[in-house]
Write a new protein. Sequence first.
Length: 453
Amino acid sequence: MNEFSLPDSLTPKAIVEALDLYIIGQKVAKQNVAIALRNRWRWMKTPENMRREMVPSNILMIGATGVGKTEVARRLAKLVQAPFVKVEASKFTEVGYVGRDVESMVRDLATQSVNMVRTEWRERLRKKAQEQVEERLLEALIRSDSKNSSLNLDSLDEEARSGLMKRIQRGDMDKQKVEIEVSLRPKGMDVGFVGPQGMDEAGMSSMQDMISNLMPKKTKKRKLSIGEARKILLEDVLNTMMDMDDIKEEAIKRTQHLGIIFIDEIDKVVSRGGQGGIDVSREGVQRDLLPIVEGSAVQTKYGVIHTDNILFIAAGAFHHVKPSDLIPELQGRFAIRVELKSLTEKDFFRILKEPKNALSKQYIALFEAERVKLVLSDEALNTVARVAFQLNQEVEDIGARRLSMVMNHLFNQELFDMPDQVPPNSIIELNVEEVERRLKTLIEDKDLSQYIL
């Protein structure tokens, strides 16, 4: 597998099967995002001269709140370990106005990618770093206790050193005090660093890195327990081992080839046919989005990001406007359109029970944290699903988000009482009658339900 591509085995069918583990229903939406993602892989396999002529297709999701639009995109990104950001189109303003500019979403994606790569590097280097830390702790211990005749550390042979190292590794000596040298961050390199007037974010970051590299590295001696020193030294060693230039280079490539930007509330920047004012501003945001989605170069503090192969997924409810009300050029860039269905009572039951991160499993885990066993029968979950669905029908349809509110109301008393009134090793099992009794107030007081979201 190319480190900036998808594995060959991640076919559209495999992608859908992986999404099915977390998301109930919405088969068409899953299939379309799987196709769009696989098309990125196919695009990278085409000859370069052909690739330049091909326009990657992005996705427009149409559906009410809570039907799974964001979750489909987020799970897709996790599946392929891709940098992912969610932005709200309504938060952007046209160039020249006060507010967030559309390029900020690309900068956010680059930052997300750098953080992701940095985390992966840390895990990859952790074992080697721990070995270096243990060596430094051993030397520090020998220096600190060189006057201790009982250990005779001045003349330790290889066997004695090995035995002492094993004790350090096991944590047997974590309370022993040692003196260590730790690196100090150069002053002036914090958030408050100010560059020349008019310098952009990328230039500021480059200057900050340059000055930081030119300044001498300072260290400070500290006397700490081995347990405390181990944590500080591990960070110090990891920071020394990681090459930020290589991390930035890898993160830029990952952003460009695997990045996913989810633009929510795209319908909020669609003109409703008014004259001037807010409608002009909405169309201005669309026109600012167009070059980013079409493919442009965006300057970030980590380097230039080319957006040609970033996957853009736009989404909106489109209650009062239509996708065809988007400016024609932007419509053309979201060639794959999919409408997500409203969730049924049966869907709610499946959402409560089936996914790997199902809400019922989350509550069982919360109770287990207090060593209390929570038993949830299918009948009880069916009742929760029915009440949630009924509230959506009669109050406001907020989709699957309603389930969280209903479940929290159902177990609110136990969550407060544990562990004082509900001691460890207790068993909580609610029958259908008890579930209905507890949720009765939600059904009867619909005005209150509107505020408990």
